[in-house]
Design a protein around this ligand. Structure first.
Ligand SMILES: C[S@@+](CC[C@H](N)C(=O)[O-])C[C@H]1O[C@@H](n2cnc3c(N)ncnc32)[C@H](O)[C@@H]1O
Length: 254
């Protein structure tokens, strides 16, 4: 199946990624594995380490802009907020919020805005491993969140996202190319662009990295995912464009 979403004002073929919220267990209508989406505390980042690094690295900044491209159902934003709040005195963590989170897909951004999140057992275990008090962030609910093509797993549970998370992120439907074109960095940006570039061809990945390299100033961070490093030469492209890897999947602009 070929689907042609509009990005960067082009309609080039693109390997369709899944938008179900059950992440690892996603399958298409034929039951074939079709890709993955997102989940809480996705293991390709050491979230605690990233929070501690961000805290030390930006200690002399009053404000840090966290921008998330390909933000999906909000799992990544909630993970980063929880991780910062749990590893940082709360009042000092405020300079990182609100996170600005963008996704091109209308349905997934509406799901993120709904204040609900579909979780599987592994998500809920991840929350418990990374927080002292699960109920500080999520509440049980009878409400259901339906997203297209989302298969209904027995272990899936919809949770209500509490205000401590909701108030610290702004979700907006947007093409990451447009946001990037208007980005004004002052060496105070953490740009998350995870597990989306790996779906592109290498020449497109390289062009994207060059735009990011032109936009980000010394000291800002660019964060990618496991899917990107496994499916493209992005690590090489980043190093060729003045980025240094400081943590697995986290690059600092030199
Ligand atoms: C596999 S998910 C990645 C989610 C999350 N970043 C993570 O690593 O778990 C990829 C997301 O990229 C979004 N996406 C694809 N092209 C995009 C674009 N040009 N601008 C913004 N989002 C895009 C899709 O809608 C999808 O929600």
């Amino acid at each position: 199946m070929k689907i042609y979403p509009v990005y960067n004002n082009t309609t080039q073929p693109y390997r369709k990624i899944s938008f179900g919220t059950s992440g690892r267990y996603y399958t298409d209508k034929n039951g074939d594995e079709f890709g993955t989406n997102s989940w809480l505390f996705r293991e390709d980042i050491d979230w605690r380490r990233l929070s501690k690094y961000s805290k030390n690295h930006f200690h002399n900044k009053n404000r840090v802009n966290i921008i998330q491209f390909a933000s999906s159902d909000g799992s990544e934003a909630y993970t980063q907020i929880i991780s910062l709040l749990e590893n940082y005195p709360e009042k000092d963590a405020e300079k990182f919020f609100p996170i600005k989170a963008y996704d091109i897909d209308e349905e997934i951004i509406n799901a993120a805005k709904s204040g609900l999140i579909n979780t599987c057992l592994a998500d809920r275990m991840n929350i418990q491993m990374n927080t002292d008090d699960y109920t500080r962030y999520f509440a049980e609910t009878q409400e259901k969140l339906f997203i297209k093509d989302n298969i209904n797993l027995q272990s899936q549970k919809t949770l209500k996202v509490k205000n401590i998370l909701k108030s610290r992120v702004q979700f907006e439907r947007a093409d990451m190319y447009n946001i990037l074109a208007n980005l004004n960095d002052d060496s105070d940006t953490i740009l998350m662009c995870r597990n989306v570039l790996g779906y592109f061809e290498n020449d497109r990945v390289e062009k994207f990295v060059k735009i990011v390299a032109n936009k980000l100033k010394t000291g800002s961070l660019f964060v990618i995912g496991d899917h990107d490093t496994k499916n493209s030469f992005i690590d090489r492209f980043l190093k060729e464009n003045n980025f240094m890897r400081v943590i697995n999947h986290v690059y600092q602009k030199l």
